[in-house]
Ligand binder design. Sequence first.
Ligand SMILES: Cc1ncc(COP(=O)(O)O)c(C=O)c1O
Length: 368
Amino acid sequence: MTGWSHLVGAPIEDLPSPAVLVDLPTLRRNIAEMAAHTDALGVALRPHWKTSKVLEVGRMQLAAGAVGLTAATANEVLALAEAGIPDVFWAYPPVGAHRVAAALAAAERTRLIVGVDSLEAIAGLAAAAVANGTVVDVRLEIDTGLGRMGVRPDDAVALARVLHALDGVRLEGVYTHEGHVQGLGADPERRAAVGLAAGRTTAEVAEAIRADGIPLTSVSVGSTAGARSAPTASGITEARPGTYVYGDENQVAIGTISEADTAITVQSRVISVQRGEPVLVDAGTKAMSADGSMHGDGRIGTIVSSGGGLIATGHEEHGFVRGSTGLRVGDLIRVRPNHACGLSNMHSHVFAIEDGVVADVWPVVGRH
Ligand SMILES: Cc1ncc(COP(=O)(O)O)c(C=O)c1O
């Protein structure tokens, strides 16, 4: 509950704007469906919690069978640990004194695993753990094609040996983020092939490390676009999709989530029609985030309420609507964001809604 809790029971038309609405039945369905999917594959589910940053949503995911949650930032990890979430994978290198301190503090309250792709990135935390008399679980990140973080598969065994020998840490597993699958766009066959290849590479690396005499428990993949393919590779033990929980326009654009399965929208009000077109609404970049569109047209939001159109661009508090019909000052529109995770970081709370009425108000915690 937040300062808006008096709005529980109110029709959504009474909400302040811009407001993030999370459709509860859709959210419940998304959580149950992904849990059933990973269950059927025989892999553990550890959703990336950065999509919502809402403790209530994380608890719903755990109640549906998730083994733990994944986080990206120090604030997210601390928020989860302080809330008593028992098992957290920090899929981000603990570089810098603030991250070392956050990892040690979190590890006192939760079972923490940290992700790393070099000795340099873990050296500080390892030394601090030794000084503390503790041991921190780590996973080695493998680059399976995204080209962001991660050791090249061919270099993984050598780094695994170094990490295995390091005091203060225990090499627990390997992981990849097959985010390049989303970048393939609306090509389901290519996505399936590239996702499966990412899963296979990760599993092969794990086998090579095990063959070198280092026991590993977890072999983890993670993305929404790759969730139907990467975890199907033999040897994968865990999947970490995040965006699936809310869905967003970028997933709709490439066909990984249907419009009916997107739980999140922003409700915005028309504030000026002086220009005719564009019509101005109160959802600009501060409400929608500046995350790019997979449609390739620079839009910051897609209008899903009657009249259609899109928020073609925006200033901080002004959204520029194009292609919508019949909008007048004071009208409400519903807008699907390009990217759910970026959107969450922009807002202090979301409204959980059911049948057009506010069912709950949830704080968004652990923001930057
Ligand atoms: C390391 C890691 N794992 C999992 C995910 C979840 O991917 P998605 O948002 O496509 O579900 C992300 C997202 O960026 C990530 O960075």
